[in-house]
Design a protein around this ligand. Sequence first.
Ligand code: PAF
Length: 290
Amino acid sequence: MLIFTTASELSTALAAERSAGHRVGFVPTMGALHAGHASLVASSVASCDRTVVSVFVNPTQFNDGSDLDAYPRTPEADAELLRDAGCTHLYRPTIEDVYPAGTAAPSAAADLEYGALTTRLEGAHRPGHFEGVVQVVSRLLDIVRPHVLFLGQKDYQQVAVIRHMIGQLGLEVAVETVETVREADGLALSSRNRRLGEAERRAATVINRQLAGIVTGLNCGWPARELERLALAALRAHPLLEPEYVEVVDGDTLLPYQDGAPAREVVAATAVHAGSVRLIDNRTLRPPNP
Ligand code: PAF
């Protein structure tokens, strides 16, 4: 595994790979890697000749400075996991290397129209978050120029926003979404899980159970709004949990799903504080009455 700290050296190395006819897969991350990231890398290794992983805690997507400071950083363990998973090129840049003109420099990606994709759910609760995500992902795509971008389904809205950005900017990169990896008790793997205390960790299993309950309810024909209300109440009733939202939305528009409406995919999504740790998760289903 080659390790790069500058965009110029990485771009040069990858230009040679593309010229040699190698298919390049790219997995952007913020480090503190776990089995969910390993599964993204495995998907890339399975279909690409070279797998590039970036580890960069992007300051512009944190609306809360204390969340940025608390974000776990585990560079040695990350490199080991990536080597074992088959990553060929690791990019570990400084902030200046990613943003040579400063973090406030204009970004074509951030200036695009995203409509409800960035104003609802996470967008409503984390102002400026998606502007930072598209700013960094467009910059990383420009450096790496991959054939395929691999993203995790746990960040469902992020995938929708990035797909929209790629379409609007006309970038030639395929997007592959990789299923969420879960603990045996259903908790979605997240870099933030390592900040959970023992009691919070146990409490957090309620999140997946409520989402699974919504999916079952929808499949049985229960009204989406009622299921949201019940799940929200169940999460609120737990002394260690504080939900921000529970919503059943159309997977393409992210607008509230209307019972019985046709949709490619329906998503039950939530953000919940377990103590001081903010967790997100989602479950998808085919609409019960297409
Ligand atoms: O999902 C993440 O870890 C980040 O939002 C990403 C895509 C690496 C951009 O910083």
